[in-house]
Write a new protein. Structure first.
Lengths: 440, 306, 281
């Protein structure tokens, strides 16, 4: 009897509690349907260093404008599936969403986001043109998916993390920066001491990680995934040479286990002084490589744009994080106002002081910020270059998965570099044809 | 003339007779069962029906027949995923079940202290309640090259250290080992509890007759445990097709697609390829295959006993 | 001679058990050790087995700085409610098929159907569930999770509960009915008290499974007001930052609550785990 009493009480408490906690949530996403009258904005954000600055700004916005900012974080892959779901269901929970730039074609094609231009956000010359271009759909340059050709161009996302993949090397081991990927390999061979220092660190974990590491190499060496007409060129000579360069040349002078190395592992190797050079995202620099509480290489790392390859250019890769307003949000104008406020110069300065990665040229070049963020000027230049973006197609996630699986397989000895290039190319062709592209 | 309308009436009358012929108690079965079971049945079946609908319609809602099934079954990667899942199950399940059973027998026969038994029991519960992601991360910290604690403890830190997460056979073993770590204790708990219910008189009688430990197991305990073993085996097989989080964290499906098991494959088709039609078709195929499998196995399960 | 060989076997089995126990305990130990490490320890080139300077910062970070206390509360509410609902539903389904003369065919149908629920790969049905939950307006609300968990753990609940009810002789109840008690009265005063250990055992196992669920908790919620603890823990695995100490602390916290429940009720859980399939019949 006593037991039953206890059980009954527990159940009663649980049910009452569940009723209590769920009642307010029904009005949680509300806050008024009118334009700027919202008292609360909910932002879906990626968990990690990319949203650190955003979180720092939230209380300021409350103070200045009286609007609560609720930031809901999810890890990279989970955020994507969550957004796909939310858009499919036309859900109004999120007023703003953070998205990685390769996701935008999917959301643009599906028509999930509002036109920021219509909400009063206009390109600002202090922010590199490529930053506005990457938020525009359909894409202003490069191949346009066949289904999107007739759509009017709209600004669907505003960059809040100006991410361009760069390159870093140990300036205490070699005095001069590698000018080309030939130099990268030569230096790697000279510096590689198995078990002590890796000549080059490959981020080679399956799917997204290895692709993010490889695309700048592919482009710089003159290869590509698609040409201007969506034909797959991942198995042409230049692309094959680039795959061979990664799988055969760089792997020979890389760390012990490139096949399971992700960004955090690479940062750890670099911060401990066990690696000589590698590519790097801005977000990794202050959170890991140069974090004073852990780094053993303070002052010994130089950040440069991606070295030149056989194409004669060094092509960085964009990985901008953008803020967009879901069409389903009931606080359209208020959401856009927040973006405008975030992009103002004084907000961007505060943002940069709080581990945010700004996109304004004048902020990136601000001398007061350079000591804490030695890579800012390089980033500003990289944005002006301009860097490449990943092919603008809603099929990109699938393409990336295919390439990433094959590269990982080759890195771990499951197939040769040529097999990886040709196998991936064949699968991508099937995929793109199935999706209605004029791919050959 | 009157035959046509009379026929349904006769039918209804027959039903009524059948109904009244049943005892009041039998009718009570239906009266009690129907409301709750009916509701749950509908609630649980709707998602499956929606999955079927999604599998036979396009994004725009047109009926497209079995196109998605054709694409799902025509993809060679599916068979690769099935093969790898099978291999994973072939490594993990026998060890889990034999290991769980073996340890249960050992503890049952050699450990008499209730305190020790209780401690083992409580410890065995832990792996069920840890968030999957935490399991994955801890094992990544164990297995990683260079920074993993396992290779450090083995004294293998040089360039030739075993690459637990990126050499194909080792990656399979590493992912399966997590499954074994997590679910052998569950099998143990079930088996140990089952052993407690074997009537002690039969065991004592056998011992008086001079039966060896093996004979005692083979002829007395095993018959008691057999239905339980099948039930556990069945639950574990159903769970292997759900394996996801720890593999995702450990290897991301790599090296290549060595550890891209069925659930990772469906995730890849559904979310990475945004092909929900094909993913639903896959889900329907998996479910139907499992039901067929179950129909065969269930003959040996005690479902309709009583 | 016999004595010696017996002692030898005993030593050998104890050694074997100790070895198995050690292998089993190691990852748990490393989870706890990691939760007590600092960021600098995590970045050390050679990982240490024991935290060089143990700190509970990760625990305060998880519970307070990151505000996971609220998620923990949600998890408890969802776990208890879903468990209670599972038990009620399972009881309502098991009562007629075990206590009344249900035809074997009906019985087999109900039990087989329940088990077949376990075959749906969750990755694939999560989208249909999402659509339903949105349609009935329960998205991002705890009742949605309670409902879904109830359905997902029904196979376990029904199968185990049926085992317990099968073992309570029908005659006891029938004696009361003959004495003129109503079926409801007999249920309340006889069957319910007798099946108490069974109910508790099922409840705890179901609670454990509810507790660790991630996928549905993630897809069916949008903000921390409905998210559960595993969703929060999952969020600690980021692309660039290494916060494995916080993650490990989350893992340890997630263990402690169900574990204490199980310690309280271990005897009942034990009898529950036989699934009732092997009693002498």
């Amino acid at each position: 009897m006593k037991l039953r009493m206890r059980l009954t009480t527990l159940v009663a408490i649980a049910l009452v509690a569940s009723a209590c906690t769920s009642t307010p949530s029904s009005s949680g996403s509300g806050g008024g349907t009118g334009g700027g009258t919202a008292t609360k904005l909910t932002i879906a954000a990626v968990q990690g260093v990319e949203d650190a600055g955003l979180k720092a700004l939230a209380p300021m916005y409350k103070q200045q404008k009286g609007v609560d900012i609720q930031i809901v974080e999810a890890p990279y892959d989970d955020l994507y599936s969550k957004l796909v779901n939310a858009f499919k269901a036309n859900d109004a929970t999120y007023d703003l969403i953070m998205m990685d730039d390769p996701w935008m074609p999917k959301f643009g094609t599906d028509g999930s986001l509002s036109d920021l231009g219509a909400l009063g956000i206009a390109p600002d010359p202090d922010i590199a043109q490529v930053v506005w271009d990457v938020g525009t759909w359909p894409p202003p340059r490069g191949p346009v998916p066949p289904s999107e050709k007739s759509k009017p161009k709209q600004l669907l996302g505003a960059t809040i993390v100006g991410n361009v993949e760069m390159f870093m090397y140990r300036n205490d081991l070699t005095p001069t920066a590698p000018a080309s990927y030939d130099d990268v390999l030569t230096n790697a061979k000279a510096q590689n001491k198995p078990g002590t220092v890796a000549g080059y660190i490959i981020r080679g974990k399956a799917t997204n990680p290895v692709v993010a590491d490889f695309l700048p190499i592919l482009w710089s060496q003159g290869g590509d995934v698609f040409d201007e007409n969506w034909n797959v060129v991942f198995d042409n000579d230049a692309s094959k040479a680039a795959v061979n360069f990664l799988i055969n040349d760089l792997k020979a002078v890389a760390q012990t286990d490139p096949g399971s190395t992700d960004a955090s592992d690479r940062d750890k190797i670099m911060a401990n002084g066990q690696g000589y050079q590698t590519s790097v995202w801005p977000g990794e620099i202050n959170a890991a490589v140069l974090d004073p509480s852990i780094t053993k290489v303070a002052g010994k790392v130089t950040f440069i744009p991606i070295p030149k390859g056989k194409s004669g250019k060094g092509v960085g890769m964009m990985g901008n994080w953008l803020l967009g307003v879901p069409k389903a949000s009931k606080n359209q104008q208020a959401a856009a106002d927040f973006i405008k406020w975030m992009l103002q110069k004084d907000t961007q300065l505060t943002y940069a002081q709080n581990n945010g990665i700004p996109s304004r040229t004048s902020v990136l070049k601000d001398a007061s910020l350079t000591t804490a963020n030695p890579y800012f000027p390089v980033l500003a230049d990289a944005l002006q270059a301009p860097p490449n973006w990943r092919p603008r197609t809603d099929q990109w996630n699938a393409v990336e998965t295919i390439i990433g699986t094959h590269l990982n397989k080759a890195l771990t000895g499951g197939e040769t570099a040529d097999q990886a290039a040709m196998g991936a190319a064949a699968e991508i062709r099937t995929l793109m044809k199935g999706a209605g592209y004029p791919t050959q | 003339m009157n035959a046509a309308p009379a026929r349904p009436l006769a039918f209804a009358a027959r039903i009524r007779t059948a109904w009244t012929q049943q005892s009041r108690q039998e009718r009570l079965v239906y009266k009690l069962l129907l409301p709750v079971f009916g509701t749950v049945f509908v609630l649980a079946t709707i998602p499956f029906v929606l999955a079927v609908v999604q599998a036979v319609t396009s994004d725009r809602g047109e009926f497209i027949g079995f196109e998605n099934f054709g694409r799902a079954l025509g993809n060679p990667l599916l068979y690769e995923a099935i093969k790898q899942t099978g291999l994973y199950a072939a490594i993990a399940l026998p060890i889990e079940i034999l290991g769980g059973l073996g340890i249960a027998l050992l503890v049952h026969r050699t450990v008499s202290s209730n305190v020790v038994r209780a401690a083992i029991y409580i410890a065995a519960m832990i792996p069920i309640v840890i968030p999957q992601i935490a399991v994955g991360v801890v094992f990544r910290l164990v297995y990683a090259a260079d920074s993993g604690i396992l290779n450090v403890l083995l004294g293998q830190t040089g360039p030739n250290q075993p690459l637990w997460l990126s050499s194909p056979p080792l990656a399979m073993i590493a992912t399966a080992s997590v499954d074994i770590w997590q679910w052998t204790p569950f099998v143990y708990l079930v088996m140990f509890a089952g052993l407690q219910t074997v009537p002690s008189e039969s065991v004592e009688a056998a011992q008086v007759d001079g039966a060896t430990a093996w004979m005692q197991f083979r002829h007395i305990e095993l018959p008691y445990l057999r239905p339980l073993l099948l039930l556990v085996l069945f639950f574990r097989i159903a769970d292997v097709i759900r394996v996801f989080d720890h593999v995702y964290v450990l290897t991301g499906g790599g090296p290549g697609n060595t550890t891209q098991f069925l659930s990772l494959y469906i995730y890849r088709i559904g979310f990475k390829f945004s092909d929900l039609g094909q993913a639903s078709a896959l889900a329907v195929v998996v479910m139907v295959a499992m039901i067929l499998f179950y129909t065969v196995v269930s003959r040996y399960l005690p479902a309709d006993r009583g | 001679m016999i004595h010696r060989s017996r002692r030898l076997t005993k030593v050998a089995t104890s050694a074997l058990l100790a070895l198995v126990g050690f292998i089993f305990a190691f990852p748990l130990f490393y989870l706890v050790a990691t939760s007590l490490k600092t960021k600098a320890d995590l970045f050390a080139p050679v990982p240490s087995l024991f935290p060089p300077a143990p700190t509970i910062d990760s625990y305060t970070s998880v519970l307070f700085t990151r505000g996971f206390g609220g998620l923990l509360f949600n998890s408890i509410v969802v776990g208890l409610s879903a468990t209670a609902l599972s038990i009620c539903v399972a009881f309502a389904i098991c009562y007629p098929i075990t206590r009344l003369p249900a035809s074997p065919r009906l019985r087999a149908f109900v039990l087989n159907w329940a088990l077949s629920l376990r075959f749906l790969p969750p990755v694939a049905v999560v989208i249909p569930y999402f659509a339903i939950v949105r349609t009935i307006g329960l998205y991002n609300q705890l009742p949605a999770l309670i409902l879904v968990y109830t359905i997902f753990n029904l196979p376990l609940a029904i199968w185990m509960l049926r085992g317990f009810l099968d073992e309570i002789p029908r005659e006891i109840e029938e004696a009361a009915l003959v004495d003129g008690a109503s079926r409801w009265h007999a249920f309340r005063t006889i069957l319910l008290p007798l099946s108490r250990p069974g109910i508790l055992a099922v409840a705890i196992i179901v609670f454990a499974f509810d507790w660790a669920e991630f996928l549905f908790a993630f897809i069916l919620t949008a903000t921390p007001q409905a998210m559960t603890f595993p969703v929060g823990v999952q969020g600690l695995v980021t692309q660039f930052a290494i916060i494995w100490n916080d993650m490990a602390a989350g893992g340890v916290i997630a263990i402690l609550i169900p574990l204490s429940l199980m310690i309280i009720a271990r005897r009942h859980v034990m009898s529950g785990l036989t699934f009732g399939v092997i009693r002498d019949k």
